[in-house]
Design a protein around this ligand. Structure first.
Ligand code: ARG
Length: 244
């Protein structure tokens, strides 16, 4: 009898603590394999499993919200989302408006072109059209290094809300090249008829963003990140999403 009561109490505690755990809304831009993408109607990828593992380690729940990459920081500021995880580079500009976790991944920018095209790195320097995702560090690189330097005209830069559209435009010949993060370019080169013709060494680090000043959530995320990095989960995730 006593035993039954004990079991009952344990079940009750588990049920209540899960039900009462805080749910944080997590924003992402699910166009960025292997970090975040949609598969069979579900949000999957390294970032998605990373944030789920952090949540599990820290005892909170998450709910994923997909939006365009350039909406993530405004959504954080407005309180529409609590966390942004989207292969987001920690930059000084962004640090003025949001707070970032410790870095969890590194990237450069790659230039990709159609698999059978004759373009090389010089695609960046002629009268060609270059696609980027709006508001990304690839967009910034092209704007600062090519447009402002008058190497490219404004009309030669095509900005897309989603990498899905940028890729489509590249594949149907509407644009000549796309500048994007190296781990994602590598994935696209494996699964789509595109190839990498140059790497721009930008030395970027990815962080998870929260609203500026939300230090209690930030320390939970950093703490959870450390736990995940120290567990075997991290190598599982790396193998699953970056293994050959
Ligand atoms: N790392 C780049 C940046 O922070 C690109 C991120 C794009 N992420 C995405 N999920 N589409 O600007």
């Amino acid at each position: 009898m006593k035993r039954n009561i004990l079991v009952f109490l344990i079940v009750l505690t588990v049920v209540f603590s899960t039900a009462l755990a805080t749910t944080y809304v997590v924003g992402t831009s699910a166009d960025f394999p292997p970090f975040e993408y949609v598969q069979n109607g579900k949000y999957v990828g390294f970032d998605m499993e990373l944030i789920n593992s952090i949540a599990k380690a820290e005892g909170f729940n998450v709910q994923i919200r997909d939006m365009s990459f350039d909406s993530l920081i405004p959504a954080l500021k407005a309180g529409v989302i609590d966390i942004a995880i989207a292969g987001m580079t920690i930059t000084q500009e962004r640090q003025k408006v949001v707070d970032f976790s410790n870095p969890y991944w590194f990237a450069n920018q790659d230039v990709i072109v159609g698999k059978n095209s004759k373009y090389t790195v010089t695609v960046l320097f002629g009268n060609h059209t270059i696609g980027v995702q709006t508001g990304t560090t690839g967009d910034l690189w092209v704007t600062n290094n090519l447009m402002k330097a008058k190497i490219l005209k404004e009309s030669n830069v095509k900005r897309y809300q989603s990498f899905i559209y940028a890729l489509q435009a590249l594949l149907n010949g509407a644009i000549d090249a796309v500048v994007l993060d190296s781990p994602v370019a590598e994935r696209f080169a494996q699964v789509k008829p595109v190839k990498i013709v140059a790497t721009l060494v930008t030395g970027e680090s990815y962080g998870i963003a929260v609203r500026k000043g939300n230090s209690s959530l930030l320390s939970k995320i950093n703490d959870g990140l450390k736990k995940v990095k120290n567990s075997k989960k991290i190598s599982e995730l790396i193998d699953k999403y970056f293994g050959k």
